[in-house]
Design a protein around this ligand. Sequence first.
Ligand code: SPV
Ligand code: MG
Length: 286
Amino acid sequence: MLKRSYPSFRSALAAHDVVRLAGAHHALSGVLAQEAGFQAVWSSSLEVSASRCLPDASILSMTEYLEAAANIQKALDIPVVADVDTGYGGNYNVAHMVHEFEGAGITAVCMEDKLFPKMNSFATGDQTLLDTAAFASKIQTAKAVQSSEDFFLIARTEALISGAGVEEAVNRCNAYADAGADAVLIHSKARTKDEVVSFLDRWDNRVPVVIVPTTYPDWHIDEVRAAGVSVVIYANHGMRAALSAMRDTYRAIYEAGSTSSLESEIASVWDIFDLQRMADWQKLDA
Ligand code: SPV
Ligand code: MG
């Protein structure tokens, strides 16, 4: 009753023509994403870092990201895809990461081809890519050490983020598919979908494509599906919405001197109890 069972990300992908993920940084945000209908949850390095008021710059340890992802997964009936940044170092770190995330019940991870330590894709700062062969070797390592056939590795290229262009992105993704990646993620910080579409035009669908449409938000899911994308990650909208709502709420309480004008607008304590599954827990003490 209290323990969750959930499909692997691989089976969620098999069951849907497009899998939609929402970003989360803790179990509560993951549960709200699940409640809205998302098929999986993205344990976002940006959100997890921001929840500690730290930059998304490989500052937290693998263990801290693992704990965040595992806490989200434990609360859900849908799979978590863990954003594991660069894999936290070289091949040894990647092998350890796969052991630890898989051991914690995470069925999919997404690893990116930047240098460790990395900087968030939208930030100014170093966006230098790791050499293609070196990243392919990290992919091979991850796939060689996974214990279950189900474990799913998304290889993310930051070629467009670093300014290397669509051709480089396509070449890298082909090398990553050759190395055993189960899917590729093409990230872009352009204000339109054009460079992602240009990538898709040149991609022969060897493995599924994942996108993160943060800076090109006006691409409707029906068009995304028609363009041949298999997975869409709405990476940080929950946290951004929560941030606005919390800021407004704290300010309103402080300025008004009481909470009465807010009471009808904010979630009730009983709403929180429901999300905690308080009634199920209390049966244990009945
Ligand atoms: C994240 O959510 O941490 C991501 C997506 O990796 S982005 O912030 O766009 O790099
Ligand atoms: Mg990230």
